[in-house]
Design a protein around this ligand. Structure first.
Ligand code: FRU
Length: 510
């Protein structure tokens, strides 16, 4: 496919039928994950349109099937009923019309009257002049609505708003609509960059999901990045919250070390004025501490759980993925449930994933290193009864270490960083070090008040580490497959370890 040339479902089917050898090559890559969703070929980024409809979970995602560096986006599609057995379907939305010709960008699903309403951004790039900066000019961001009765067949694309419709103070960067319902009112939340390059969200209001009116803007009291992508407003354990992805926030000590962030902020809603605002002095919480987490989306499932799935990747990072040479790149994170406790966002892996566990073993931590554990695709649950310091090897050359910040050696550059953002209520530091296995990824850290437990998901080329019942999470890709689980330091506790079975993924033939 040519760069920025529209493609339709029939182009895709023709291409698919001509590319069996590409699929075979990708499938053989030893870095393919066993229990994560990936693109069958090519590139994947944000999860889109997450929902549960008539019992079936639909997981759409930003998808460029043809090549692994992500040019023209369509919406790929997985379904599952249990998060173990999946079906991989052909894409549902293609950049095949003048309103989304340069990418069917991210969007969301909203269920009303037994109909799925999808809202997404149709990306347009103009090439007729050479002086476009693609920030204030040269780009169109269309907000588009499309419905479906089953999640597979989509109706006509309906253009709701174009770049001209957004406020004059806003740049060409407006995208990623998500719907929040309050009583019988609907609010569409869009990520945006203003003409002074400050990130914010735009909020539109509707009574019927069809007619939308500008409602308000919302941002932090002091500027926080130049663009906020993928906003998501939702009620969680009686607290209104916003997850969004601010771009261009400066690193502060061990905070905001990634090129772009994903943050959680507490909101409030005034019932009299119907206006949203930030909770005064709200803590801006990083949703994830790893190298590869961005653009998550949440939805409420039929049992009332708020489930989050993220992109296990990040745009514009200076580290890479060797899978690109094998013709594919990126994956989705494990699905997690969200909770708001002690003024903080918690993430916990979905209980359904426990069905992947097998070959259980249990160790007292004092005996772990002599057990010579070489599992690579595993889930590890570690409970500390005490922990003053420890270094846990997760696989050969990859460690998670914990100690008081003050005891880090003076030569360790992490100490200098940690002292910049030092908070006396969190005197310990937990650091993930990928050694030489990060393909450019080095270390990421978080300050903690104590370490009580760890729940670690290791797949062939990924790690997700849930700290203290999901108070903090590190999500990362990792490239080194020699198994070795061992621990040293000053602690007491135990480890329960499971090998993990693979997802069952049935790919529909077309
Ligand atoms: C976030 C993002 C979204 C956009 C999409 C395009 O990763 O940049 O803002 O809609 O990806 O693929």
């Amino acid at each position: 496919m040519k760069k920025y040339q529209k493609f339709s479902k029939s182009d895709y089917i023709t291409w698919y039928n001509q590319n069996l050898s590409y699929r075979t090559k990708v499938a053989k890559d030893p870095n393919r994950l066993h229990y994560h969703l990936m693109p069958e070929t090519g590139w994947l980024n944000d999860p889109n349109g997450l929902c549960q409809f008539h019992g079936t979970y639909h997981i759409y995602y930003q998808y460029t099937p043809f090549e692994p560096t992500g040019e023209l986006k369509s919406w790929g599609h997985y379904t599952t009923k249990d998060f173990i057995y999946y079906e991989n379907h052909p894409p549902v939305l293609f950049p095949d019309s003048d309103i989304d010709a340069h990418g069917v960008y991210s969007g969301s699903a909203f269920i009303k009257d037994d109909t799925l309403h999808f809202f997404y951004t149709g990306n347009i790039k103009y090439f007729d002049r050479d002086d476009y900066d693609y920030i204030l000019s040269g780009r169109g961001s269309n907000t588009i609505h499309v419905t479906s009765k089953d999640g597979f067949t989509f109706g006509e694309k309906e253009l709701l708003m174009t770049t001209e419709d957004y406020p004059d103070t806003i740049s060409c960067h407006v995208r990623d609509p998500k719907i929040y319902q309050h009583n019988d009112e609907y609010y569409m939340i869009l990520g945006a960059r203003d003409i002074d390059s400050h990130g914010l969200i735009l909020i539109y209001h509707s009574n019927d999901l069809k007619h939308w009116q500008y409602h308000q803007q919302l941002t932090t009291s002091t500027p926080f990045g130049y663009m906020w992508e993928c906003p998501d407003v939702f009620m969680l354990d009686s607290q209104l919250g916003l997850i969004c992805c601010p771009q261009g926030v400066e690193t502060f000590g061990i905070e905001y070390e990634n090129v772009h962030q994903c943050t959680f902020m507490q909101l409030q809603f005034d019932e009299k004025t119907n206006l949203f605002s930030m909770v005064p002095n709200t803590n801006i919480q990083l949703v994830d501490r790893g190298f590869d987490f961005y653009a998550p989306q949440t939805f409420e499932d039929e049992t009332g759980r708020r489930i989050l799935i993220g992109w296990m990747g990040i745009p514009e990072a200076d580290y890479t993925n060797p899978t690109t040479k094998q013709g594919w790149q990126h994956a989705l994170t494990l699905p997690r449930t969200l909770h708001f406790e002690h003024g903080h966002l918690y993430q916990r892996p979905l209980v359904e994933l426990q069905a992947l566990r097998h070959k259980k073993r249990h160790y007292d931590l004092s005996l772990l290193s002599s057990a010579k554990e070489t599992a690579l695709v595993y889930e590890a649950l570690i409970t500390f009864t005490t922990c003053e310091s420890m270094e846990l090897t997760l696989r050969e050359g990859v460690t998670l270490s914990y100690q008081p910040i003050t005891t880090l050696s003076e030569e360790n550059p992490i100490k200098k960083q940690a002292l910049i953002s030092y908070d006396p209520s969190k005197p310990y530091i937990l650091t993930l070090d990928l050694g030489t296995h990060g393909s450019g990824r080095t270390t990421r850290s978080v300050a903690l008040s104590s370490l009580q437990n760890l729940q670690i998901f290791s797949d062939t080329s990924s790690l997700e580490i849930f700290v203290n019942d999901g108070e903090e999470v590190f999500t990362t890709r990792v490239y080194g497959q020699q198994g070795n689980i061992s621990i040293s330091g000053s602690y007491t506790g135990s480890l329960t370890l499971y090998d993990m079975k693979s997802y069952h993924i049935l790919t529909q033939t077309i």
